[in-house]
Design a protein around this ligand. Structure first.
Ligand code: 4AD
Ligand code: MG
Length: 464
């Protein structure tokens, strides 16, 4: 018999119909005469209640219906008498597809998130992680829809690359060389000429540089792919492998770029509110009681826009007024998370877009302002998260870009193709990168980035 997904079954009203559901047992309770089995198949956070009259079934089979076991149930769809559910299934046949022993790691309720991480292969079957990963899927769909509806082309950039986009030296090297028998050149350096690509290669930290090639040909593109950073930051907001969305648009200046970022992120949050109601209601109840309020707030309010210099002034005034920070504040610092969150959560109580940062703390490709000190950078700062988006208007002048590259001593050998965009029909253009997991953190109210990607990669941790 054709199986019905629980998400569809719960909407049906053709009581009396014979139905088939398959899924995993969440709980089983009951008396000598009747058993109630809560079954979940992952299609929704909601369970369907299966009612089994004990006398109709083999007692040995019923014993196998334990938490975590996998069942196929046939029965009659009936209107539910119980509160909080519309339909239930009066079982006529139950097959145990997979038994589940008492060592099932998700058996006990109320485990810590750290325990869940150690059992990441099984945590997917819990309510919380089911909700998170259904929302994650919905956010991916929202992102593709937003850009498709706005005339952007989905553009795939390479994962293996020879250039360090952010210039931060945080790349994972890719090699097929035998590390026990490395060949060296005469001057003692490792000889890459016989390596797979004939040169040093790494996993990309960002698709932006190739994205700029796409934007200056197709007009407006976006990437959506995995990126890798070997930064040794053990924080609740950093992963070594994360997904990034990078739109890049020809003829956009920084203001157009900010408008795009704000509109895009609001669209994604609205999508979650419209399409993930059951999962959000669960997370709002169990994980973070202010979640729904925060999501509505972001959709309904304009983001504050101010310059880095103005931001520093506000922080300095706060310090003068007695506010304590762990890290010192003065013009030129790279803002710490505590500074960003002060501006967003305490001072403005709104998302903030900070612009025009000192050039020393930003990447080489950002457009230099007329003051010669700041660049046309823009970071979007969010409550609870801090930086969720980083972007800029790009330096379109070949001469100015070359000057920056020389100033920073960036190896030119592998950058010739990027510089060609500035030699052949250069144009003003802008773009940004949204950290996908940081968006999911915001939308789910989860506290740790390791809990919004199925199998997190962090320093000293690459299980599963
Ligand atoms: O600010 P970032 O480093 O900017 C870039 O990579 C640019 N090339 C983007 C562009 O202009 N096209 O990273 C962009 C975003 C950050 O704002 C943050 O949300 C996320 O990527 N991010 C991380 N997310 C998780 N773990 C990490 N280690 C991250 N590093 C950055
Ligand atoms: Mg950044």
């Amino acid at each position: 018999m054709q199986r019905t997904k629980i998400v569809d079954l719960l909407r049906r009203t053709d009581f009396g119909a014979t139905v088939c559901v398959k899924g995993w047992v969440r709980t089983r309770r009951g008396s000598k005469s009747v058993n109630f089995i809560a079954l979940n198949d992952g299609s929704t956070i909601l369970n369907v209640q299966v009612v089994a009259d004990v006398e109709k079934f083999d007692p040995e089979m019923l014993k196998l219906i334990t938490t975590g076991a996998c069942l196929a149930v046939e029965g009659t769809l009936v209107e539910s008498q119980g509160a909080g559910q519309s339909v239930e299934v009066q079982a006529t046949a139950i097959e145990v597809l997979g038994t589940c022993g008492s060592d099932y790691p998700m058996q006990k309720k109320g485990q810590t998130f750290e325990y869940m991480r150690q059992h990441a292969h099984m945590r997917l079957r819990t309510n919380t992680f089911g909700a998170v990963f259904r929302i994650r899927h919905n956010m991916a769909m929202a992102i593709h829809r937003y850009f498709h509806e706005h005339g952007f082309f989905y553009f795939n950039t390479p994962i293996i690359t020879a250039s360090d986009c952010e210039g931060a030296g945080q790349m994972f090297q890719v090699t097929t060389q035998n590390l026990y028998d490395l060949k060296h050149t005469e001057d003692g350096k490792i000889d890459y000429s016989n390596d797979f690509f004939g040169k040093t290669t790494s996993l990309t930290v960002s698709g932006q540089l190739e994205g700029e090639l796409g934007a200056t040909a197709l007009g407006a593109i976006y990437t959506f792919g995995p990126t890798f950073r070997a930064e040794n930051s053990n924080t609740p907001r950093h992963l070594a492998e994360f997904w990034m969305i990078e739109p890049e648009v020809a003829f956009y200046d920084i203001n157009d770029n900010m408008d795009l970022a704000e509109d895009f992120i609001k669209y994604c949050v609205r999508w979650a509110l419209d399409n993930c109601q059951d999962d959000l209601a669960f997370l709002n109840k169990m994980v973070d009681k202010t979640l729904l309020d925060r999501l509505h707030f972001v959709v309904e309010h304009d983001f504050v826009r101010l310059t880095y210099t103005e931001g520093i002034k506000i922080l300095e005034e706060a310090i003068a007024g007695g506010r304590k920070f762990e890290f010192p504040v003065h013009w030129g610092i790279d803002l710490a998370s505590e500074h960003e969150r002060y501006l967003v959560e305490e001072h403005f109580k709104k998302p903030v877009i900070l612009t025009d940062y000192p050039k020393e703390i930003k990447a080489f490709y950002m457009k230099l302002n007329e003051d010669g000190k700041t660049v046309r950078a823009m970071d979007v700062l969010f409550p609870q998260i801090g930086e969720i988006i980083g972007g800029s208007e790009r330096e379109e002048s070949y001469e100015k870009l070359m000057a920056r590259i020389e100033e920073l001593d960036i190896p030119m050998k592998d950058m010739w193709w990027y510089l060609d965009t500035r030699r052949f029909g250069t144009c003003p253009h802008s773009g940004f990168g949204l950290g996908f997991e940081r968006l999911i953190l915001f939308v789910t109210g989860m506290q740790n980035i390791r809990d919004v990607i199925p199998f997190p990669r962090t320093p000293k941790s690459a299980d599963f």
